[in-house]
Ligand binder design. Structure first.
Ligand code: PXG
Length: 288
């Protein structure tokens, strides 16, 4: 495997960063996870736009232009002879001194890893996922805007560990008002009486690219959609529930906090969203 690091492709073993990089020392940096489906880098422009916005929010100047990043992503797929896979773009603040200030750090690091991913077993897309609410709350947006896809994921990692410790694959995270924010790496949707709902971004959810694709599909299917603050009660009493994310795609959720969602099997509308999503992935992006 060849990894792109600061302008060069190097063997996986040689893809190394400085121990003084603030990306490592403080989680000071931003990232994106992107999928390649049948030679199509799905929603590449949208991912790069979000990366630019995350970088701007943390006052990090990207050392490459949108065009250069696009080329580097395409080249990463080509040199690794991938037709399907998962791309991880990481921008670090760069090497600096021991101390929080980013003054004197640099140049910013640019890493692109082109690999494979399978977050959940295939059967789970048929049978559905069971999730549980954890005690760790989604970080307050006044502390760090949840829209920033920063390298500091401890909040979500702790939530994931808590869920795994009690036998669940994914955790439901609430915000500090007790409303549903999202899962550790996925947005949450529910269907009730034929209408689709997801929490608004200010509830602490990331503006997920897959979330936006699902909203587009809802418009195409004529399914009424609204962003609405949701509580755990709304999930327990939903007719259907599913999660969305680049790694997870669209996955049915059939149990929340030991309560079956609907009749405990993936619902018809959820299945329809999954099949429409699969139709888009190899066409709606940049071809390599
Ligand atoms: N919320 C959070 C907090 C995320 O990190 C999503 C929602 C979904 O967004 P997209 O744009 O992918 O539809 C993410 C996605 C993982 C993993 O292992 C997930 C993400 C990043 C890294 C790993 O599930 N981000």
């Amino acid at each position: 495997m060849k990894v792109f690091i600061n302008g060069k492709f190097v063997d996986k073993e040689d893809a190394k960063v400085s121990v003084f990089d603030h990306g490592l020392l403080y989680g000071d940096g931003v990232f994106e996870g992107i999928r390649l489906y049948s030679r199509c880098v799905f929603k590449l422009h949208e991912h790069l736009e979000r990366l630019e916005q995350s970088a701007k929010a943390i006052l990090l100047d990207l050392p490459m232009t949108r065009e250069q990043l696009t080329e580097a992503v395409i080249e990463s797929c080509r040199v690794n002879e991938l037709t399907d896979g998962y791309l991880r773009l990481v921008i670090t603040r760069g090497p600096g001194h021991l101390g929080l200030t980013p003054d004197g750090c640099g140049p910013a690091g640019v890493i692109i890893i082109a690999d494979n991913i399978q977050l959940y077993p295939k059967e789970m897309y048929e049978s559905g996922l069971k999730i549980i609410t954890v005690a760790t709350r989604r970080i307050n947006s006044a502390a760090l805007p949840p829209a920033v896809k920063s390298l500091n994921y401890l909040n979500n990692i702790l939530a994931k560990i808590e869920a795994k410790k009690v036998g669940f694959q994914e955790a439901l995270m609430l915000n500090d008002k007790g409303e549903v924010a999202e899962c550790t790496g996925d947005n949450v949707f529910v269907i009730k009486k034929g209408q689709l709902y997801t929490p608004p971004l200010d509830a602490g959810s990331l503006r997920g690219i897959t979330r936006e694709v699902v909203i587009d599909i809802a418009h195409e299917l004529g399914v009424p959609f609204s962003e609405q603050a949701l509580t755990r009660y709304d999930l327990w009493n939903a007719d259907e529930c599913f999660l969305t994310g680049t790694a997870a795609e669209v996955i049915p959720c059939v149990e929340v906090d030991h309560r079956e969602v609907g009749s405990g099997v993936p619902g018809d509308l959820t299945k329809s969203f999954i099949s429409h999503f699969r139709q888009k992935v190899s066409v709606d992006g940049v071809l390599i």
